[in-house]
Design a protein around this ligand. Structure first.
Ligand SMILES: [Zn+2]
Length: 389
C-alpha cells in the first residue's frame, strides 16, 4: 500500500489562481486532467481555457498528461473549444521561469478533443498553466513601485470584496490643462494573463527614466487597470465574474449587485471628465486585432503598433459593431463608451498561440515589451486630437 502511495502523482490547485477539474491517474506516469471551465449565470457559454495546477511526486521518467473536457460554447454557439491543436501550455519548476511546451511535446486529438503533453520532468514538482500566470502578487509589486509620478487608488470593489486598483501616471509638475487622458484596462477576463503583462510593461516603461517616458508623463495622464476581474484572477476563473456575468458584456445593463466591478468602473468613467482614448486589452488564442471607431486616431494607433510592437493584424482597425446589432446585455466596454458616452474607445486582442513572426508563442516578456510600444503608440495616436471623437 505504501508503495502505491509513493508512486502516486499528486495534483493540487489550492493556491491563488489555481484551477483543475477531475484528475485521474491512468498509469504510473499518465494523468488525465479535466479542465474545469466556467459557464455563465445561465449555465451557457462554458469556456475551458484556464488551468493552473501543480504536480508533486514526479520521477525523472517521461510523463503524459491529457487535458480533457475542453468543449464549450462561445456567444451561445455550442461546440466551440478554446484549447486547440495550436495550444502550447506553459510549465515551471520554480514559478519564476516559465516555458512553453515545445511543438514536439504536444499532440492534439481532434475527434476526442483532447490535448496531450509529454515531457521528462526536471524536478519532482512542476506547475503547469494555460499561459504564464499574472496574479495579484505580481500586481502588488507594481503598486509598490515608488515614483513621484505614480499614484494608486481603488476604482472598484469586487463581488467578493477585493479591491480593483487603478494606477494614475502623470508628471503633476507639467500642469493638467493640455494633457491627453488615456485609459488602458486589462484582464476583464481572468484567463487573459497576457493583458496584465502588457499593462505591467506599459506602466514600467512609463515610470522609467527614458526621455520618451518623461515626455509621455508630461503630455498625458495614463489611467491603468492591470487586473479588472480581481476575483476571477484570485479564484482561478476563466471568463465570468463570480456571479456568472461576462465582464466584457453587460456594460449596458450593469448592476451593483450582479456586476459590481462593471458598475463601479462605469461610474468612474462617467465621472472621469476628458477621455481622449480608452483601450480594453484582451487575449485570444489565435488572432490580433483592434476594434473601434475607424478614424485618424485609430489609423495612427495601428500604424504605431505595427512599427513599434509585434502587433500582427493587417486588417485593423476593424469597425465597431453597429449599435442596432448589439443585443441588450451584450455591450462590451468599448461599445458602451463609444455609443453611450461618445468616448473614443477600442478593444485590442492579442493572440497567445504561436506568433508567425516570432516563430513561437508570445512569452510574458514579449507581452511586457509590447506594453512599452503600446504606451508610445497610444500617446502618438492622441497627440493631434482635440479630445473628442
Ligand atoms: Zn477577453
Amino acid at each position: 500500500m505504501e508503495g502505491l502511495l509513493l508512486a502516486a502523482l499528486v495534483v493540487a490547485s489550492n493556491f491563488e489562481g489555481g484551477s483543475v477539474g477531475k484528475v485521474e491517474q491512468v498509469a504510473a506516469n499518465h494523468l488525465r486532467c479535466a479542465v474545469k471551465g466556467q459557464a455563465d449565470a445561465n449555465h451557457r457559454n462554458r469556456q475551458a481555457n484556464w488551468y493552473f495546477f501543480r504536480i508533486d511526486g514526479l520521477k525523472r521518467e517521461p510523463v503524459r498528461i491529457d487535458f480533457t473536457e475542453l468543449s464549450g460554447e462561445y456567444n451561445f454557439k455550442p461546440g466551440s473549444h478554446a484549447v486547440t491543436a495550436g495550444t502550447r501550455p506553459v510549465y515551471s519548476y520554480d514559478r519564476k521561469t516559465w516555458r512553453h511546451f515545445a511543438d514536439d511535446q504536444v499532440t492534439w486529438d481532434e475527434a476526442a478533443t483532447v490535448l496531450t503533453v509529454r515531457f521528462r520532468p526536471e524536478g519532482d514538482q512542476v506547475w503547469i498553466a494555460h499561459t504564464q500566470p499574472y496574479l495579484r502578487e505580481d500586481l502588488q509589486r507594481l503598486l509598490e513601485l515608488r515614483h513621484p509620478h505614480l499614484s494608486v487608488s481603488t476604482i472598484a470593489r469586487s463581488a467578493h470584496g477585493r479591491e480593483v486598483p487603478l494606477l494614475t501616471i502623470t508628471d503633476a509638475a507639467a500642469g493638467e490643462r493640455d494633457k491627453r487622458s488615456i485609459w488602458v484596462m486589462a484582464r476583464q477576463h481572468a484567463w487573459e494573463t497576457g493583458t496584465s503583462y502588457v499593462a505591467d510593461g506599459l506602466v514600467r516603461f512609463l515610470l522609467s527614466n527614458a526621455e520618451a517616458a518623461r515626455r509621455l508623463r508630461r503630455e498625458n495622464v495614463f489611467q491603468v487597470i492591470p487586473i479588472f476581474d480581481t476575483d476571477g484572477v484570485a479564484e482561478g476563473a476563466v471568463r465570468f465574474n463570480v456571479n456568472g456575468y461576462d465582464n466584457n458584456r453587460n456594460w449596458d445593463t450593469a448592476d451593483a449587485e450582479k456586476t459590481p466591478e462593471i458598475f463601479a468602473v462605469r461610474r468612474a468613467l462617467e465621472q472621469a471628465g476628458r477621455i481622449d482614448l480608452f483601450l480594453a486589452l484582451h487575449n485570444t488564442e489565435s488572432a490580433d486585432y483592434v476594434d473601434g471607431p475607424a478614424d485618424a486616431v485609430a489609423a495612427e494607433l495601428v500604424r504605431g503598433l505595427r512599427a513599434g510592437t509585434d502587433f500582427l493584424d493587417a486588417a485593423s482597425p476593424r469597425a465597431v459593431t453597429p449599435r442596432e446589432s448589439i443585443d441588450p446585455g451584450r455591450m462590451t466596454v468599448n461599445q458602451y463608451l463609444y455609443y453611450q458616452q461618445k468616448v473614443r474607445a477600442y478593444l485590442m486582442e492579442l493572440r497567445v498561440e504561436r506568433h508567425p513572426a516570432l516563430g513561437r508563442p508570445r512569452t510574458a516578456a514579449d507581452f511586457s515589451s509590447f506594453g512599452a510600444g503600446l504606451a508610445r503608440s497610444l500617446a502618438a495616436a492622441v497627440s493631434g486630437t482635440g479630445g473628442k471623437p
